[in-house]
Design a protein around this ligand. Structure first.
Ligand code: NAD
Length: 276
């Protein structure tokens, strides 16, 4: 018997990395998978990997677009008539290649300064160089997307007085990550949103929580330079990046009945990078 038998779960950004591991893990626990992504062929591939070619569903939608999210939930309503679990996972990192290159260059310079002078004097200057477009896209995908999907999910869950909503935040939302003010702001926003909605929705039997992972090995973190990677590993007591499965295992718990008394929490699998 699986811990999610009979449940229907929608995972946004499920075609890659953490989302893919959550789809596969939920399927192993008995859930029917709705895998959302911009990359719908890859999402369908994940549904197939889950062995759910027939009962599962891959849905293309940009979570930052309200109308596309509404259309996606209409599909879920028509096909299943219910939704038991929503995982707000879709996300983007530092997508601007120019910004990433500059970031890696300055980090290398900072490390050299630290080694030779014992202190860092060169700023990343990420905030003063951040464009409106990069700021707005980051907030739209993470924060607007989490709101649009949660709003639609509650319409399906609250009348049935049951459901689990899990949003993927980040340690960047807890500590602030240098060089990623937009990402850190979006993730901190997700945590505040989670705490508010959790208080509201639990009276209808819906649990709302967040997961704030530390550094996880996925396509998103592949762009990190060797020097940055080494620095992160040294700052992580566990001495390594996490695996997507390290996050998925926690998601299974939060999606299951075992977590019925967990309300408005931000749980952080991070290898000890942040301990509070
Ligand atoms: N990898 C890490 O170290 C790490 C750490 C903390 C939090 N996170 C968060 O975990 C989540 C998953 O990240 P990942 O590392 O697996 O990244 P990933 O790049 O492997 O996967 C992200 C997926 O989201 C999809 N996506 C992007 N924008 C979308 C949109 N507008 N609508 C629908 N789908 C969209 C992408 O196509 C991709 O399949 C993200 O929210 C990320 O911010 C990642």
């Amino acid at each position: 018997m699986g811990r999610l038998d009979g449940k229907t779960a929608l995972i946004t950004g499920g075609a890659s990395g953490i989302g893919r591991a959550i789809c596969q893990s939920f399927a192993r626990e008995g859930a029917t998978i709705v895998c959302n992504d911009l990359a719908v062929e890859a999402a369908q591939q994940v549904v197939n990997e889950c062995g759910q070619q027939k009962q599962g569903l891959a849905v293309k939608a940009d979570v930052s677009k309200s109308r596309q999210v509404t259309a996606m939930f209409d599909k879920v309503r028509k096909r299943f008539g219910r939704l038991d679990i929503l995982v707000n996972n879709a996300g983007i990192g530092l997508e601007n290649a120019q910004v990433r290159a500059r970031f890696n260059k300055v980090i290398a310079k900072q490390r050299a300064e630290l080694a030779t002078q014992g202190k860092i004097t060169t700023s990343l200057e990420a905030t003063q160089n951040l464009t409106d477009q990069d700021w707005e896209r980051m907030i739209a995908v993470h924060l607007h997307g989490t709101f649009y999907c949660t709003r639609e999910a509650l319409k399906l869950m609250e009348p049935r007085r049951s459901g689990k909503i899990i949003s993927i935040a980040s340690i960047c939302g807890m500590t602030g990550c240098a060089g990623a003010p937009h990402y850190s702001a979006a993730k901190a926003g997700i945590m505040g949103f989670t705490r508010s909605v959790a208080r509201e929705a639990i009276v209808s039997g819906v649990n709302v929580n967040a997961i704030a992972p530390g550094y996880i090995d996925t396509p998103m973190t592949q762009a990190v330079s060797d020097a940055v990677r080494q620095a992160i590993e040294m700052a992580t007591p566990a001495g390594r990046f996490g695996t997507p499965q390290d996050v998925a295992t926690l998601a299974i718990y939060l999606a299951s009945d075992e977590a019925n008394f967990v309300v408005g929490q931000v749980m952080s699998p991070n290898g000890g990078y942040v301990i509070a």
